[in-house]
Ligand binder design. Structure first.
Ligand code: NAD
Length: 284
């Protein structure tokens, strides 16, 4: 069997089509969705993410503003800036880019941002909503990108066995909750999991988010199963995922590539959240 390749590009094209028409509708009511990104200190680690989001916003007519602040800025000043963004009705989404300089208290900043504007799941309020299965939640972009791919390609989830490898707060844990909300039976695996291969072999869907190149091999996959590769690793200067793509694609029914899979969809998910936030603000 040769697995179907689940292309992120196709998913992005469909999402953009839908978002562009929703932005047009909002425009008729005089509303232009606006995302404000806040970068403190060294912008280099987040630069590719910021640029990707700016381009994705531009593609559908959403405004993206990026504010750069010096590394020595005080806690109070950042809090004042966030409070102003909270209050500004023209701002629909806010992202405080990570990593923050160590002198800033991340927890206090996260608690301050209004969950309705928290389009990349930075606040505890929003994270709680994801755990509760609340449909008002804005999940983190990467797990939501996985869901967008699975839905676009009609990969069945209800009643299916799903294995998520990784338990971080940005990917593994929220992703497990999103799959559970779709009525999958979810197993979360991590570094202390015994016999990962045996658990994967029982699964209808395996999502790898461990950051370990070559972790998931063809022998670990049930014939016909779906495989989503969230991993981003660099081996000899080349970007690879966590999945041995060649080996797995000869057994699986469907597999996402790296690059060209999950990572391609994340910035458009942020835009989707901004548009949703603008629609909700307009109807409240
Ligand atoms: P993390 O390091 O915070 O978490 C990795 C998780 O994987 C941990 O919970 C750990 O227990 C588990 N793990 C590690 N090695 C394992 C092993 N051998 N067996 C079982 N479990 C193992 O990483 P993260 O931030 O969750 O990111 C995971 C991967 O996803 C990384 O490669 C990261 O670069 C990538 N990522 C991709 C995107 C995207 O847009 N595609 C976005 C964010 C992160």
């Amino acid at each position: 069997m040769k697995a179907k390749i689940l292309s992120g590009k196709e998913v992005v094209a469909r999402l953009r089509e839908d978002l562009a028409s929703r932005v047009e509708e909002l425009g008729k009511r005089g509303i232009r969705p606006l995302l404000s990104m806040v970068v403190v200190g060294d912008a280099a680690p987040a630069q590719a993410y910021i640029r990707g989001i700016e381009k994705a916003c531009e593609a559908v007519g959403v405004t993206a503003r990026t504010g750069y602040f010096p590394p020595a800025i005080g806690q109070e000043e950042v809090e004042e800036h966030l409070a102003a963004l909270n209050q500004d009705p023209a701002v629909h989404g806010v992202i405080l880019m990570q990593p923050l300089p160590p002198h800033l208290e991340e927890g206090r900043l996260a608690a301050l941002l209004r969950p309705e504007k928290d389009v990349d799941c930075f606040t505890p309020g929003n994270a709680g909503r994801v755990m509760a299965g609340d449909s008002l939640a804005f999940p983190p972009a990467t797990p939501q990108a996985v869901l967008e791919i699975l839905k676009y390609y009609d990969i069945p989830l209800e009643g299916r066995q799903a294995v998520v490898i990784g338990r971080s707060m940005v990917v593994g844990k929220p992703l497990a909750m999103l799959l559970l909300k779709e009525n999958a039976t979810v197993t979360i695996c991590h570094t202390r999991t015994r016999d990962l291969a045996a658990l994967c072999r029982q699964a209808d869907l395996v999502v790898a988010a461990a950051g370990r190149p070559g972790l998931v091999t063809g022998e670990m996959i049930k014939p016909g199963a779906g495989v989503v590769d969230v991993g981003i690793n660099f081996v000899d200067g080349k970007m690879v995922g966590d999945v041995d793509f060649e080996g797995v694609s000869s057994v699986a029914g469907a597999v996402t590539p790296v690059p060209g899979g999950v990572g391609t969809v994340t910035s458009t998910v942020i835009v989707k959240h901004v548009v949703l936030a603008a629609e909700r603000a307009a109807s409240s």
